[in-house]
Write a protein that binds this ligand. Structure first.
Ligand SMILES: Nc1ncnc2c1ncn2[C@@H]1O[C@H](COP(=O)(O)OP(=O)(O)OP(=O)(O)O)[C@@H](O)[C@H]1O
Length: 261
């Protein structure tokens, strides 16, 4: 752990008690995420990716080990609004406009009205949705809705962005475009991003580090440091360096759990 460590997990475990007995969603997970990192979590269904992200967000409570976010407990970090959280589904309220959806957390947090206006405008520009403030979610495509939900998570300037398979439901072309935009946004804002995905190319394209996980019990089996430059045109996915990292991720997944992925 260094002064730049944003998220730190030590021997983190979470066992759910279910009617069918205990489920070891996470077992002895240790990881440090540094400021400005883009960390992807990849692994087969049930390996604990979402649970780990939810622990960071104080939405689940570990049954063992320790975790800090910005040097404080996840609960304190949640109360100090240290992170924005983007879910798999955009989760926009259909009766609110796009602007109204982005504004909602700002209203709850008591931001002044002028400040709310300025923030909504700024984040809509950041995700390339300027001009859509007065539209309703159903008037936007799935990709645009997901961008709006990212804007909502960015609106209160949290330094950490937790993203749980935000582009999983989108077609490949839209996904490529959003991946590019997300990288640009990360470059511009220097946020720390934790990103859950099932896609090897997506993980390799986006990340500075790729965390490979394995189920039963959920654990980390490999952490791969990317050697790719920060600037990444989509064409980088054809380069030998990219394919080499993708190969290593695939091997890590195979070693961890047969051929489920
Ligand atoms: N609230 C809960 N109660 C009981 N078991 C749970 C609960 N939440 C998750 N689990 C179990 O914990 C394990 C890890 O689940 P988790 O959702 O974190 O996996 P995941 O890697 O994100 O999976 P996926 O890729 O399918 O989203 C799974 O076996 C899951 O069934």
């Amino acid at each position: 752990m260094t002064t730049n460590t944003v998220i730190s997990a030590r021997d983190l475990s979470l066992t759910f008690q279910t009617n069918d007995g205990p489920v070891h969603a996470l077992k002895d997970v240790s990881l440090d995420v540094e400021k400005g990192d883009f960390v992807s979590f990849i692994g087969p269904s049930g390996c604990g990716k979402t649970t780990f992200l939810r622990c960071m967000a104080d939405l689940e409570h570990p049954t063992g080990g320790t975790m800090t976010v910005n040097g404080i407990s996840p609960e304190e970090a949640r109360k100090s609004r240290a992170y924005g959280y983007v879910f798999q589904a955009a989760g926009l309220y259909p009766w609110r406009t796009i602007g109204g959806n982005i504004r909602l957390p700002l209203e709850i947090m008591g931001y002044a009205h002028d400040d709310q206006d300025a923030r909504v405008k700024r984040v809509l520009e950041l995700v390339d949705l300027a001009g859509f403030e007065r539209k309703y979610p159903w008037q936007l495509s799935g990709g645009m809705q997901q961008r709006a939900s990212i804007a909502r998570a960015l609106a209160f300037d949290a330094d950490i962005l937790l993203m749980d398979e935000p582009f999983g439901a989108l077609d490949e072309i839209v996904r490529d475009h959003l991946n590019e935009q997300l990288l640009q946004l990360w470059e511009r804002t220097n946020k720390t991003i934790c990103f859950v995905t099932h896609s090897i190319p997506e993980a390799v394209y986006l990340s500075t580090r790729i965390v490979v996980m394995s189920p039963r019990p959920g654990r980390i089996t490999d952490v791969i440091e990317s050697t790719l430059p920060r600037e990444r045109p989509l064409g980088i996915r054809e380069t030998p360096e990219f394919l080499e990292i993708a190969h290593r991720v695939r091997e890590g997944l195979r070693a961890g759990h047969g051929d489920e992925v």
